[in-house]
Design a protein around this ligand. Sequence first.
Ligand code: ATP
Ligand code: MG
Length: 581
Amino acid sequence: MESKAADGGDKTAGNEAVPSHFIRNIVSEDLKQGKNGGRVHTRFPPEPNGYLHIGHAKSICLNFGLAAEFGGMCNLRFDDTNPSKEDIEYVESIKEDVRWLGFDWGDREFYASDYFAQLYDFAIQLIQSGKAFVCDLNAEQMREYRGTLTEPGKNSPFRDRSIDENLDLFRRMRAGEFPDGSRTLRAKIDMASPNINMRDPVMYRVLRASHHRTGDAWCIYPTYDFAHGQSDSIEGITHSICTLEFEDHRPLYDWFLDQLSIHHPQQIEFARLNITHTVLSKRKLLQLVQQEYVDGWDDPRMPTLAGFRRRGYTPEAIRNFCERIGVAKRNSVVDIAMLEHCLREDLNKRAPRVMAVLRPIKVVLENYPEGQIEELDAVNNPEDPAMGTRKIPFSRVFYIEQDDFREEPPKGFFRLSPGKEVRLRYAYIIKCVGVDKDPVTGAIQELRCTYDPETKSGSSRSGRKVKATIHWVSAAHAVEAEVRLYEHLFTKEDPEDVPERSDWLANINPNSLERLTSCRIEPYLVDAKPGSRYQFERLGYFCVDSEESPPTKLVFNRSVSLRDMWAKKEKTVGDSRRNRS
Ligand code: ATP
Ligand code: MG
């Protein structure tokens, strides 16, 4: 043990200095150079077309985190340019989730739709300088004219309309004179550009859809590509941080800003987060919800922040995870075990430890006086003495876990079996002296045991050795509860590892949810509040469900089991490193 401490090999990541990354370095260098007048201003720009997921958490931690670190500001901006997919429900959920993660945008809650008038003026400005034109090609024709990655596109036959005609047509688009999809406003750039984003991209489309904020005020809407960079510019963003797929759009954003001669934020791309056994795309998550594979956006199996919250994840665990995965330029997949590890590490320190029996079997202590109740002392969390102790009632009849008894124990099974002894946590050593069975089915109904009064935990003879300690709950005092156990939502590490990528739903895990409806919990938890978290000894971390706990019934979600695959993996890597050196 000492040698490990000496070489520092056991240091947990929590104690290590925050690892730096290239975006932090850029921001810090910009500050040193006095760029942007010493300002750091970032934004988190979700489209309100779904709930936030753990990938968004990475972006939130990065944007809000950098602003906080460098004394800057971070805006919350809804990129709401696509009314047909967006909704106020999503806006509200996004705000709740960002707050829950621990970040605050002050009074800087913005919407791209707030800029619709300004964006329209920008479009007029580009038409006036001959940089945009109204095009009558329909979507299919436009695709034909666009060319491919290897072939240049062709100019639209409408490209050379006069400025006056373009102004007139665009104003009439706005006035609602043309049907949906019949005309677009396009930037006039270069149909032969090797970057397809530069081939006269669409800036505005005709779309009669009610917007959740602007109602029916508009029947033309800017494309994301035309709205995004200008919105950043209007807000005076200094560092516009986005995911890698926007790298190819950067020349287009630069082009718009240059043509308009307005403030030019610096766009920096990073790799999006991918996690094993998980899909992170709002479109796919919406499909899971709509097709009822899960029970809503906040189903505890969902990788949404609402789902993680209901499952029992803490914001600290998620922030710590986002810190540890780092920020890189190359796409990669993070093992979900690492996220689970971050949660265990957090809850280990602060979740009270209690006893709960998930699959109960009754035990009667034949030599324990009827009607006697002892109040035993239990430690709430050995990691934190300040959390104190509590009393647990012990009596003649209690429950243990079915798994902790075997009538015919296999080799190496050290828990309870006929004629064998086991210790009850905080209580006595007991011995199994009989098994009562249903005379018809032969199913075990209860176990008959005796206890050794000399072996009470904490007493002088309590040190007598038995090979196992098991948990239990006094029958007369137990609280009944439902417990839900979860497995990964997808069986495969990469849910899209299927011959046809569209078949990803075939990888749904049919056993991702198991409901245990007759669990017995120690009475300490009778008033447990929704959202409160506990360790059930030997079983994992559990959280009181916040949606389905009417006062008469407690429902617990297992947040994570105790077995830590990630620590094991890390240790193996660490050990092999040590062995090599
Ligand atoms: P999805 O593909 O899941 O729908 P999106 O990128 O369309 O995601 P937005 O609402 O546009 O979702 O994203 C808001 C911000 O969050 C963007 O800056 C985006 O780059 C970032 N983001 C989205 N998904 C991830 C991810 N998996 N990892 C890191 N950042 C992400
Ligand atoms: Mg998007």
